[in-house]
Design a protein around this ligand. Structure first.
Ligand code: MTE
Ligand code: HPA
Ligand code: MOS
Length: 764
């Protein structure tokens, strides 16, 4: 059976041979135009005058598009319509598109875009979270979840600590930047090839921008060169601008952001600050906790309500919090509109609670692992989250116990201490951190999917579903599911471009739920066809349904054995439909917005990691020496793909927490917009020792697709172990009992500041 096997990604060979088609590789008609955005240089202000005459007169330029050229709505915001495609008078971040220019070549468009003369009337800008909090600059109402009597219990707690957490943002740095190709069709139609996680939303936004209807717009995506959340909502900006130009000129239009433009124009992970107040007992068990979360949303809503909603429900991580209050402020700033990024607010919340655990442990001189374990959700007791969902599938005890053993945590703790006692320059640190992550879109309505399966009369199968491929392997997993359902070899299945005209009204491929949702929908479609074939065979051969078996490309019908191909060919002649749609919606989930309680997640995914680092106390540089990971993916659909997701997610998290630093200057301009100044992990940052394993014999207790679990986002949070290993090493470099003031990312500068708290702040 194809399900559960370690099968290579369907495009693996195409990726390495260069044959895989990305949006920019699609052959374009010879009259194709290339577009570029002209962007604002100020963070907040009004455009007093915009002189585009030199732009329009530049070599090769065919059209300059401004708000006046948009036939429909000048907006690409999905939830709230507060995202202009081109700023119309009011500028709200440095880098905001003001216009687009289309020329006969890409270079000509880029050159022309820089020739605009714009005069602004500048307005005061709020650029960071603390300033926004001080000014109560919020994009949407703050939200709060309370359970028990946290304030009262805090006052009575045996021990109490207050602290703050600073967590940076992150650029998606997908290898393929944002891109769309819009091709005008007859009768007012528009075909858009878009590098998007959300073809349906691109379709809807392009239709609104063009002043037309959804049925006139088709959006296709064969694959993305990475999305990581960055192409969930904001791919629509690029597609809409390209479509507006294509409509106006009647010519195919490609809009591709180069790295600089992509980093300056499009949103990132939300940076957060948090203040906490925790009360605990002598064993480090939390008695009461209050947390204030505040995030930088940027100038518009985008997905910020949902991102912060996920943060609001992830402060517990794997810990039972009895008396707790969490408040979430969604700060409006004059910076780019932040968006989805792997983990979607969850990782930031986990960083907060893990710092709380670490501080408790340090204040009681206990091992942080013991404090963490003392606070774990119980099994059958202390098992209800502060938003009312029962934790029914708790495997964190098993994971932690096993990992503690296999990583030799205790022995290595002693080895690290011995090393630190004997070395003054290089200090080492060790940490084990757990992960629990809720699976389902927090907005219940997105938890649905559709698929279309066509069986051709030669026995081959064409598979289409609403999920998009961004490297994560959703296509191979869904193909494995369909192959299993029809009992055919994987080679019989062909996976096709995601296309809004084949499967409509889809959700974004996001929230790690791509295979969960589309796997179920595709299984339903294939099952419908199989059941039709069973009916037909029962009648034809006078057998009972349970005498018909599909496996290995054959169909057993009573005593007969036929090939799948023969059965299908005969069914066609008998006028049996060989094509079907399939549909799935996640059961059991609900959310009461007024009470802030419910069951937002179908289930939880778990994992834990032990990381060991070395820091150079003279330079602040850090090195990850070893990582041990044990991660829960239920009954894996494809262990090869899942291990890839665990490793990739982990290292992406390491980048977020150690080296990727976004720096805006005092004028609100992003200064780290290229790999020269924005450092993502390289292959050389992978630790010399890495033991990565999936939790075995742990099928999902819920009826998910073949009892698997989602894997896309949760492993990113395993990287918090690296941040804590660095904290541990910093502690070894500081006098005993000294406070550790280490933000994320723990860059060399931040580490150096943390371990030399009294030194002049030359890096400040
Ligand atoms: N893996 C790769 N290679 N590239 C990506 O862009 N995106 C991540 C994750 N893994 C991503 C990835 C994010 S943010 C999500 S939500 C999931 O994949 C989406 O895919 P899935 O739901 O099919 O797991
Ligand atoms: N995760 C990812 N993307 C989303 C979500 C979510 O929970 N909700 C809306 N878009
Ligand atoms: Mo992933 S942040 O849900 O696209």
């Amino acid at each position: 059976m194809s399900v559960g096997r370690a099968i290579p990604h369907d495009s693996a060979e195409l990726h390495v041979s260069g044959e895989a088609l990305y949006c920019d590789d699609i052959p374009t008609p010879s009259n194709t135009l290339h577009a570029a955005f002209g962007i604002s240089t100020i963070a907040h202000g009004r455009v007093r005058e915009m002189d585009l005459s030199r732009v329009g007169a530049a070599a090769g330029v065919v059209m300059v598009a401004t708000p006046a050229d948009i036939p429909g709505e000048n907006n690409y915001g999905s939830v709230v319509h507060d995202d202009p495609i081109f700023a119309d008078g009011l500028v709200q971040y440095a880098g905001q598109p003001l216009f687009a220019v289309a020329a006969t070549t890409y270079r000509a468009a880029r050159k022309a875009a820089s020739l605009a003369r714009v005069e602004y009337e500048t307005l005061p800008a709020i650029l960071d979270v603390r300033s926004a909090l001080a000014a109560e600059s919020y994009l949407m109402p703050s939200e709060r979840i309370v359970r028990g009597r946290p304030h009262e219990r805090l006052a009575q707690a045996p021990h109490r600590l207050r602290g703050s957490v600073t967590i940076g943002g992150q650029d998606h740095f997908y290898l393929e930047g944002q891109i769309a190709l819009a091709l005008p069709q007859e009768g007012g139609g528009m075909l858009v090839h878009s590098s998007t996680q959300h073809p349906t939303e691109v379709q809807s936004i392009v239709a609104h921008a063009l002043g037309t209807s959804a049925h006139a717009v088709s959006v296709q995506c064969r694959r993305m060169g990475g999305g990581f959340g960055g192409k969930e909502s904001q791919a629509a900006l690029i597609a809409a601008a390209a479509a507006v130009i294509a409509r106006k000129t009647g010519r195919p239009t490609k809009l591709r952001l180069d790295r600089d433009a992509d980093m300056i124009i499009t949103g990132k992970r939300h940076d957060f600050v948090a203040d906490y107040d925790v009360g605990f007992d002598d064993r480090g068990r939390i008695v009461a906790l209050t947390v204030m979360l505040a995030s930088r949303c940027g100038y518009s809503a985008d997905l910020s309500a949902a991102v912060n909603g996920r943060a609001l429900t992830h402060v517990d991580n794997t810990y039972f919090l009895e008396h707790v209050e969490v408040i979430s402020h969604r700060c409006k700033t004059h910076t780019v509109s932040n968006t989805a990024f792997r983990g979607f607010g969850g990782p930031q919340a986990l960083v907060v609670i893990e710092q709380v655990m670490d501080e408790i442990a340090r204040s009681l001189s206990l091992d942080a692992l013991d404090v963490r374990r003392a606070n774990f959700y119980g099994v059958g007791e202390r098992d209800t989250t502060y938003y009312g969902q029962k934790v029914e599938d708790n495997v964190i005890h098993e994971i932690t116990d096993r990992l503690e053993r296999t990583s030799r945590y205790r022995e290595r703790r002693a080895e690290v201490a011995a090393w630190n006692a004997g070395n003054t320059v290089i200090k080492r640190g060790l940490a084990l951190t757990p992960v629990k992550f809720g699976i389902s879109f927090t907005a219940t309505q997105f938890n649905q999917a559709g698929a279309l399966v066509n069986v051709y009369s030669d026995g081959t199968v064409l598979l289409n579903h609403g999920g998009t491929e961004m490297g994560q392997g959703v296509h191979i997993k869904v193909a494995q599911v369909v192959a299993a359902e029809l009992g055919v070899p994987l080679a019989a299945i062909r996976i096709t471009t995601t296309d809004t005209s084949k499967v409509p009204n889809t959700s974004a491929t996001a929230a790690s739920s791509g295979s969960d949702l589309n796997g179920m929908a595709a299984q339903a479609a294939a099952r419908t066809i199989r059941l039709r074939l069973v009916d037909y065979l029962c009648e034809k051969h006078d057998v009972a349904p349970d005498e018909v078996l599909f496996a290995d490309g054959s169909v057993t019908v009573g005593a007969r054995r036929l090939s799948f191909r023969e059965v299908v060919a005969a069914a066609y002649l008998a006028r049996i439909s060989l094509s079907s749609t399939g549909y799935y919606r996640t059961p059991k989930i609900f959310w009461d917005k007024a009470a802030m309680t419910g069951r937002p997640f179908f289930y939880f995914a778990y994992g834990a990691a032990v990381s060991e680092v070395a820091i150079d106390t003279l330079t602040g540089e850090t090195q990850l020496l070893r990582v041990d990971i044990l991660h829960d993916v239920g009954a894996s659909l494809n262990p090869a793909v899942d291990i890839g997701q665990v490793e990739g997610g982990f290292l992406q998290g390491v980048g977020w927490l150690t080296s990727e630093e976004l720096y805006w200057n005092e004028r609100g301009q992003l200064r780290t917009y290229a790999p020269s100044t924005y450092k993502i992990p390289a292959a050389s940052d992978w630790p010399a020792i890495a033991n990565v394993a999936l939790l075995e014999r742990a099928p999902n207790h819920e009826e998910t697709i073949h009892r698997s679990k989602a894997v896309g986002e949760p492993p990113l949070m395993l990287a918090i172990s690296v941040l804590h290993a660095i904290r541990d090493a910093c502690a070894a470099a500081l006098p005993a009992g000294a406070a550790i003031d280490l933000p994320a990312p723990a860059t060399p500068e931040a580490v150096l500041r943390a371990i030399t708290p009294l030194a002049p702040r030359v890096f400040a």
